[in-house]
Each structure stands twice: as C-alpha cells, then as structure tokens.
Design a protein. Structure first.
Length: 326
C-alpha cells in the first residue's frame, strides 16, 4: 500500500514537472514569435515634428527597493558589478497645455508593492521594499485629468495602480495598445490583464498605422511593438515641448532593468530570462541596439522603468502637483 502511494505521488510530481516544462517551453516559443518590424531612425526623426506636443513630463515613483545588480544584469558582463542599484516602480505623466494627462504605466499600490518585493527580499538579497504611494494618490485631484494610460507591458508592477486610478478619477480612461498586447498574453502577463479587465474605467483600443504607432488624440506620443520581454511589450516614444525646445524620450519598460543593459549591451541574468520571465534574447539584443541608436544618433533620453538612479539623473522631475501653464 505504501509503495503504491509513493508511486502515485512520484507520478503526480512527474506530471507537474512535465506541465511546468511544457508551459515554460510554450512561453519561450510565443515570445520568440514577436518580431514586428522596428521603425527606421528616419521615421522616428520625422515623428518628432508637429504641433500640440505635451508640455511637461513628470515621474511618479510608487515604490523603491535596493538590491544587488546581479539580480538584473548578467554578472559576467556587467561593467560596474559593485555599483549600487535601486529598483524603482514608476508611472510617468505626460501633460498637455490644456491640462489633460496621459500616463505611461500605473505602478503599484503600497499594499501590492509590499507583496511584490517580499520574494526579492527573502530570496534575492534585496532590501525591504519601500512603498511610496499609488500614482492616483500622488496625482490627487489631477487624477480626474488622466485621459489615457499606455502600458509598456502588462506585468502587475506596471498595471497594479489602474484600479486606484479608476476609483479616484471617476472617468473613462483610454488604454491604447498594439494587437500583440491586446491579444497575446502569457502566464507572466495574464494577472496584469486580469487587473485591467477589472478596472471599470479602462477602455482598451488597438493602435493602427505602425510600425511607429501614433496614439490618437495625444500628439507627440508613439508606440512601438517591441516584444522581447513579453509578447505584448511596447516601447513608448514622446516628444515634449520645453522652454529650451523639444526633447525626446524613450520609455523602455522592462527591455532592460538597468541603463547599462543598453549602453553596454548586457542581458538580464540567465536564470531570470530563461525560467522566471521567458524572454527572446535575440529580439532583446535587437531592441537594446535600437534603443542605443535612439540615444546616440537621435538624442533620445532613455527612461528605464526599474533603474531609479538613472531616472534621477535623467533631468525628469517628480510630479509637482501643480498644473502646467497654458
């Protein structure tokens, strides 16, 4: 009898391992299929021209967590392995002269941030997560001016603040996305899609006219169907009209988690990109080169979501709480 129980348990464990292996293999296959054409540098340059550009860009950091760089960069190729690293979880606010806002990602609520950071603290050698505030709470009354949110991808640390925005904003919020983001999730992005489905204010729409997809009603903002990190990963480009002239920004999402991933062409750690979040490394390498070209040849400031130190050095200011001047 005991022998039969042991055999049955072994069979169940074997089936479970097989199921996990099949799921992991399928996730790798799915993300490797996402190879949409990237726009030319000439097309990107042409898109920066035009009227009605946003007049301000602000950062709303919803949580921070210090951790070793080896958790986000391949340590064998990291050019600065002993440098400090802090993982940020921001939402970015683009503001037009009439006061309307478009957010790029929504960050997390403090409760979600605490839960999100616990595994890295216990297993990855990270410090305790430091929750700050949900993007909606940081915006306060300005939440009512948010008319759209573009997500770089649908992981919960980027989508988690959408519910709080709906609760506070009390208005419909457009969520423009590529076909890939709208229809091709995997086990890492399905929880984020569920959060989006539950957000009563969010109204999804599919973007058209790629590979540099203009975001309707928001001049100066474009989306690129990136893939690489998740099937629906998107790079967002924006041109902001400042007092010193137009400035171009590229919101990289999680294509990399540290700016050195782009400047020194360093992938994420092997275990992470193979077993935790299955990535298409050939595509990731292509995207890192594309982003470096945007910076080196087109003057784009690269805003890496999870690299707090590089965000602080970017010149983009925290959300000020006062509307931009008309």
């Amino acid at each position: 009898m005991l022998k039969r129980i042991i055999l049955a348990l072994a069979a169940l464990l074997g089936l479970g391992a097989l199921w996990l292996a099949v799921g992991l293999a399928w996730a790798h296959i799915a993300v490797r299929r996402e190879t949409a054409p990237l726009p030319s540098l000439a097309a990107v340059r042409a898109a920066t021209a035009g009227d009605g550009l946003p007049v301000r860009l602000s950062i709303i950091n919803t949580a921070s967590q210090a951790m070793p760089r080896a958790t986000v960069l391949d340590p064998a190729r990291d050019p600065h392995p002993n440098a400090p690293y802090v993982m940020s979880h921001p939402s970015f606010a683009l503001e037009w002269s009439d006061g309307r806002l478009l957010l790029i990602d929504a960050g997390m609520t403090p409760e979600a941030a605490t839960a999100f950071g616990w595994p890295m603290e216990k297993i990855g050698g990270a410090a305790a997560m430091q929750p700050i505030a949900a993007a909606a709470d940081a915006l306060g009354d300005a939440s009512a001016r948010v008319e759209a949110v573009v997500f770089t991808h649908l992981h919960t640390d980027h989508v988690g603040g959408i519910g709080a925005l709906c609760a506070r904003g009390k208005r419909a919020v457009q969520v423009p996305m590529t076909e890939a983001q709208a229809h091709r999730t995997n086990y890492t992005t399905q929880p984020g899609m569920h959060l989006l489905d539950a957000a009563t204010c969010a109204h999804r729409s599919e973007l058209e006219n790629g590979p540099l997809f203009p975001v309707p009603h928001f001049p100066g903002v474009f989306v690129i169907d990136a893939g690489g990190h998740t099937p629906g990963s998107q790079i967002v480009l924006a041109t902001v009209q400042t007092a010193d002239g137009p400035r171009q920004y590229a919101f990289t999402g999680d294509i990399v988690n540290n700016l050195d991933g782009i400047t020194a062409d360093v992938p994420k750690p092997f275990l992470y990109r193979t077993f935790i979040v299955p990535e298409a490394e050939a595509r990731q390498r292509e995207l890192r080169a594309f982003l470096k070209q945007l910076h080196d040849e087109a003057g784009y400031t690269l805003l890496v979501s999870h690299d707090q130190r590089s965000l602080e050095a970017s010149g983009v200011q925290p959300w000020p709480g006062e509307p931009a001047e008309n």
